[in-house]
Design a protein around this ligand. Structure first.
Ligand code: HEC
Ligand code: HEC
Length: 210
C-alpha cells in the first residue's frame, strides 16, 4: 500500500514537472515564426499605426499566449464588426499548436519595450486619472498589469489601440464570446465609461504611465 502511494506521488510529480517543461516557451523557435508577424507589428514589435497593429513588445507572455489562443479559437477577432481583430485572426491560425504559441509568446515578451509610443489623441489627462482609479485595482497604479488578476500591462500601448479596445469591450465586440472568461471580467469595466470622451480621457492618462 505504501509502495503504491509512493508510486502515485512519483507519477503525479512526474506529470507536474513534465507540464512545467512544456509550459516554457522557446524564444529561439518563436523568433523563426515571427517573420510572419513583422509585416504588421514590426521587427521590434513596436506596432504600426498605419496598419492598425498594436505594440506587442515586452507584453507579459501569459497574456500573449491567451490572446493568440483566443484569436485562433475565434473567441477574439471573429465578430463581423471586429474589423481589426479579423485581420489578426488568420495570423494566429498560422501557429500550428500550443507549443508554437508558447514559443511565440516567449519571443515577443523578450523584445525590449522600447520608447513610449507617439501621442495621437487629445484627452483630458486629469479627468482620465480620476477615471483610472477603478482600473488600477486590476491593472495596477502604473498600468503595469497583474498576473494574479489576469490583467495585462497597459502602459506603453498606443493610445488609439486602448481607445479601440475599450470601445470594442463596451460594444460587446470583445468580451462576450463563450470561453472568454477574462474578457468577460473586463467588459463591465468598459461599460462604466459613459461616452467616447471618457474613453479618450482614460486612454490619454494611460499613455502618460511608464
Ligand atoms: C496583417 C497584419 C498583422 C499580422 C501579419 C499580425 N498581426 Fe497581430 N494584430 C494585428 C492587428 C490589426 C491587431 C489588433 C486587433 C484588435 O484591434 O483587436 C493585432 C493584435 C495582436 C495581438 C493582441 C495584442 C493585445 O494587446 O491584446 C497579439 C498578441 C498579436 N497581434 C500577435 C501577433 C503575432 C504573434 C503575429 C504573427 C504570428 C501577428 N500578430 C501577425 C495585425 C497583424
Ligand atoms: C476586474 C479587473 C479589471 C478591472 C477593474 C479593469 N480591467 Fe481591463 N482587463 C481586465 C482583464 C482580465 C483583461 C484581459 C481580457 C482578455 O484576456 O481579453 C483586461 C483587458 C483590458 C484592455 C485590453 C488590453 C489589450 O492589450 O488589448 C484594456 C485596454 C483595459 N483592460 C483597460 C481597462 C480600463 C481603462 C479599466 C478601467 C475603466 C479597466 N481595464 C478595468 C481586468 C480588469
Amino acid at each position: 500500500m505504501k509502495k503504491l502511494f509512493a508510486l502515485v506521488i512519483a507519477i503525479t510529480f512526474g506529470i507536474v514537472s513534465a507540464i512545467q517543461i512544456y509550459a516554457a516557451g522557446d524564444p529561439v523557435k518563436g523568433k523563426a515564426g515571427y517573420a510572419v508577424c513583422m509585416a504588421c507589428h514590426g521587427a521590434d514589435g513596436m506596432g504600426n499605426n498605419n496598419l492598425n497593429a498594436p505594440k506587442i513588445a515586452g507584453q507579459e507572455p501569459w497574456y500573449l499566449e491567451r490572446q493568440l489562443k483566443n484569436f485562433k479559437a475565434g473567441i477574439r477577432g471573429a465578430d463581423p464588426k471586429d474589423t481589426f481583430g479579423m485581420q489578426m485572426r488568420p495570423m494566429a491560425l498560422t501557429l500550428a499548436n500550443d507549443q508554437a504559441i508558447l514559443d511565440m509568446a516567449a519571443y515577443v515578451s523578450s523584445l525590449p519595450e522600447g520608447k513610449t509610443t507617439e501621442k495621437t489623441i487629445q484627452g483630458d489627462v486629469a479627468a482620465g486619472k480620476a477615471g483610472y482609479a477603478i482600473c488600477q485595482a486590476c491593472h495596477g497604479p502604473s498600468a503595469e498589469g497583474s498576473k494574479a488578476l489576469n490583467s495585462p500591462k497597459l502602459s506603453g500601448l498606443q493610445d488609439w489601440y486602448v481607445v479601440r479596445q475599450l470601445k470594442n469591450f463596451k460594444a460587446g465586440i470583445r468580451g462576450t464570446k463563450s470561453g472568454d472568461m477574462f474578457g468577460m471580467q473586463m467588459r463591465p469595466m468598459a461599460m462604466i465609461l459613459a461616452n467616447d470622451e471618457a474613453i479618450k480621457n482614460i486612454a490619454a492618462y494611460i499613455a502618460t504611465l511608464k
